[in-house]
Design a protein around this ligand. Sequence first.
Ligand SMILES: NC(=O)c1ccc[n+]([C@@H]2O[C@H](COP(=O)([O-])OP(=O)(O)OC[C@H]3O[C@@H](n4cnc5c(N)ncnc54)[C@H](O)[C@@H]3O)[C@@H](O)[C@H]2O)c1
Ligand SMILES: [Zn+2]
Length: 361
Amino acid sequence: MKTLGYRVNSTRIPIYLEDSNSTLLSQLKSAQKAAVVVDSRIVNIFKSLVADISGMDGTVVATFSASEGNKTLQKADELITYFLQKSIKRDSVLFAIGGGITGDVAGFVASVFQRGINFVQVPTTLLAMVDSSVGGKVGVNHPLGKNMIGSFHHPTSIIMNIQFLDTLPKEEILCGLGEIAKYAILSGEPFFDFLEKNHVKVLNKDMNALARIVKMSVEVKKRYVERDPKESGIRAHLNLGHTVGHAIEAATGYGVFKHGESVLIGLVAESHIAMHMKLLRPSTFERILEMVRRMARQRNEKVSIDEVVAHLTFDKKVKAGKVRFVLPTGIGRVVIRDDVTTRNVLDALKFVASDGMFALK
Ligand SMILES: NC(=O)c1ccc[n+]([C@@H]2O[C@H](COP(=O)([O-])OP(=O)(O)OC[C@H]3O[C@@H](n4cnc5c(N)ncnc54)[C@H](O)[C@@H]3O)[C@@H](O)[C@H]2O)c1
Ligand SMILES: [Zn+2]
């Protein structure tokens, strides 16, 4: 077992990277009373683990069906009601076992339940391991925008059992690769080069490659989180690929394109914008495109690019009426700009469509 971890103020949040559930089970045993939110797929696939957890004294288990449509205040409220009925108290610990959706909703519940209780993230998807479980951002969607309701509530520990990934469908691995490709561009040559050489192993769920890439990704994320715990500055770089990505998700209705898949589209679109603004060399754009192409799925889904542009203005990354873009200027370098034009965005989206990542409506 390897322990990484990140610091927020003076508290160190340990990240356990292992290939069993021993830390999870021992932490559950030592909790006074535990509220456990488990993804319904995990309940179906890992029956004996869930039976072990349900059988523990003082554990209350709630099953959560993960979808963007269920990432709502209403579902959070249902969980709160259930836990109140089952006498979960301020000193109870909430465990979130599942992907990013389960972690975001359950973490949000933990952040507001009786003004906030401790919680433990147990990510079971690649995306949740490399991204959503680390950094304390929790929340739910609003019809006017994704993740519009939420807070910062750091877990007390993060437990990653890499073996969970063995049952993850390939398209979900691809989603994790969206965030991983983002880290590769942000982090620089060694990571980018590793990903260029190993993405097939990751796609084929080679456990060693997965463990390595999870560790590398968490190290990148943790550096940003430690420098900027509340996302008031440099952490905004982690939005690379997300300005366009979130607009795609919102314009098509959450769930049509998976989050990580939308990020892959966003990475190509934003790199295209950067190239056209003469911020990124065409050869580097080609390198990014080449890597994303090998990961992204070809889709016939019709997308109105005008609607995507309309959704850009609803995004949280708007400051003083201007949309802020994180644009790559090289491998390992980005810049924040608010002077991207609608024309730049439309051209970039047309390019992505011509490459087959979606169809034009
Ligand atoms: N809080 C943050 O900082 C942050 C960062 C990035 C993304 N996010 C959020 O994360 C969400 C996406 O997370 P996700 O991609 O993990 O989606 P998800 O939670 O929907 O999980 C994807 C699918 O995999 C299933 N699943 C989970 N674990 C499994 C396993 N081990 N085996 C088989 N199936 C399994 C789930 O049931 C679901 O159908 C988005 O809502 C996004 O906004 C949050
Ligand atoms: Zn993301």
